[in-house]
Design a protein around this ligand. Structure first.
Ligand SMILES: *Cc1c(COP(=O)(O)O)cnc(C)c1O
Length: 496
């Protein structure tokens, strides 16, 4: 039996869209610059052109370049326009993908094939700093590659290259560095990593998914930025997301390779299928035309001039956030960022309690561990909300003065943040049941109860990974919507 059946009769468009708009109201208010991750807004014109381009190519399929030569042209031009940010050699080439994860999967897959063919490596290994994006863990997991991580400096948060050197074996296929890392906005010592890789005839990937464009633009604006791109000889591939600081529609990223010999290892072809010859450049089969077309349109519309303007605004906003956080007693900046990522923690108070208070005010907060911190990706429009944010931050700190840095078990904490993604109905049921059983004061009830309720229903008694997967399984299990007024408000509070 299906829990949510297809409607028996057709519904008109207004009704359908109306329901969607109603449900969307509960989503994070990124249009009001309340989010510091996930969505990158720029200007109303960008949104307009992106919408038009998407709708023009909504149903078109980038899989087959002979059927859609327009999309093939857009893609090749987007790859070259993107490459122009990164001191490319003449031989530069690349592909568009659906996002940073796919770009990274493709670079790692190409490295595996290259190492197998050129060096005969059958048990591939990859080395990266612990701060590198989980997309690399995922890639190694999917492609059967042994992953080795190295530490980062506790003050500068840069990868420990000496440790990398020690971990290299004859099976190492790739060294990874971030420009910059998502966690603290720090650029790894790419020159040293790339040199080491070159010396050992190993590939070197730079993950510039979040930082590449903004770092390149800040350098053009005259700011001092560490070297990280193809001007360093040993860098063989680089990933950069257009749906982040490229302000393109979601589903747009580029993976660049120093030359097409390397890129060929990314492609896939099979010739004995009864359906004919099948060739596919990247992970996906059908490739939506919308994001490819929208990326081309946005890049043409903004041009270097437009990107520089937005980068300047982002720089101003970042400087303001950094300056004001440094001025506040009770919180501290985790690292001096190379790009527009600001993460801050507290040695006096529970930083997650502060994050909770900010969430109550409608800010969408990203929480990090090791060290515990609030993570802010600063975007151009955050310049308009600096005063609002710091007013709320100050009051959040004031309200958290009774707290101490949290000694709660990591597992509980992670579960708590997962709880925020739970379907409303399930959550309220759990919370009600659990708060009846436990003696919380009314304040704690709101914050902690859902978490304990959650913990109680988990079946996975194993590792933290297993518990997380158990939680995700619950999140992606259908539960009925709450239609009654008031009920949903109550649940919103619990969710915060
Ligand atoms: C966002 C990000 C990725 C992954 O990109 P997705 O588009 O989310 O798949 C990889 N690396 C870094 C540094 C990122 O910030």
């Amino acid at each position: 039996m299906s829990h949510y059946p297809l409607p028996k009769t057709s519904k008109n468009a207004d009704e359908v869209i109306g329901t969607m708009k109603y449900l969307k109201e509960k989503d994070v208010k990124h249009q009001d610059s309340k989010a510091f991750c996930l969505v990158f807004n720029s200007t109303p014109e960008v949104k307009k052109i992106m919408t038009e381009a998407t709708s023009l190519f909504l149903s078109d399929n980038g899989l087959n370049p002979t059927a859609f030569p327009s999309l093939k042209q857009f893609e090749n031009e987007v790859v070259q326009m993107t490459a122009s940010f990164f001191n490319p050699p003449k031989t530069i080439t690349g592909s568009m993908t659906s996002g940073g994860t796919e770009s990274i999967l493709m670079a790692v897959k190409a490295a595996r094939e290259w190492a197998h063919k050129v060096k005969g490596i059958k048990k591939p290994e990859l080395i990266m700093p612990i701060t590198a994006h989980p997309a690399f863990n995922k890639a190694c997991h999917y492609f059967g590659i042994k992953l080795k991580t190295v530490s980062v400096d506790p003050v500068t948060f840069k990868a420990n290259v000496q440790e990398m050197k020690k971990k290299i074996t004859k099976n190492t296929i790739m060294l990874v560095g971030s420009a910059a890392n998502y966690t603290q906005g720090i650029v790894d010592p790419i020159e040293e990593i790339a040199e080491l890789a070159q010396e050992k005839n190993i590939l070197c990937h730079v993950d510039a998914c979040i930082g590449g464009l903004i770092l390149s633009l800040w350098r053009k604006l005259g700011h001092s930025i560490p070297r990280f791109d193809f001007e360093i000889e040993g860098v063989t591939s680089l990933s950069v997301d257009l749906h982040k600081y490229g302000y393109c529609a979601k589903g747009a990223s580029v993976v660049l390779y120093r030359d097409n010999e390397l890129r060929k290892h990314q492609f896939y072809a099979t010739t004995n299928w009864p359906g004919g010859i099948y060739i596919s450049p990247s992970f996906m089969g059908t490739r939506p035309g919308g994001p490819i077309a929208a990326a081309w349109a946005v890049m043409q519309h903004l041009g270097e001039e437009g990107y520089l303007k937005l980068a300047k605004k982002t720089k101003e906003a970042t400087d303001e956030f950094v300056k004001r956080i440094k001025e506040i007693k009770g919180v501290y900046l985790i690292a001096n960022p190379d790009m527009s990522i600001v993460s801050f923690g507290s040695k006096k108070y529970d930083i997650f309690a502060i994050a909770d208070e900010l969430s109550f005010k409608g800010w969408y907060m990203d929480r990090q561990q090791d060290p515990e911190s609030i993570h802010l990706t600063i975007m151009p429009n955050h310049l308009n909300v600096v005063d609002d944010f710091f007013k709320d931050l100050n009051s959040a700190i004031e309200k958290s003065k009774h707290t101490k840095p949290n000694k709660d078990k990591l597992m509980n904490r992670i579960t708590k943040s997962f709880v925020k993604m739970m379907p409303n109905a399930l959550l309220s049921k759990l919370a009600k049941k659990e708060t009846e059983k436990m003696n919380f004061n009314s304040n704690d009830k709101q914050r902690m109860a859902p978490m304990y309720g959650m913990m109680g229903t988990l079946t996975g008694k194993g590792t933290l990974d297993e518990i997380c997967i158990d939680v995700m399984d619950k999140i992606f299990t259908y539960s009925p919507r709450l239609e009654r007024e008031g009920e949903s408000e109550k649940n919103d509070q619990l969710l915060n």
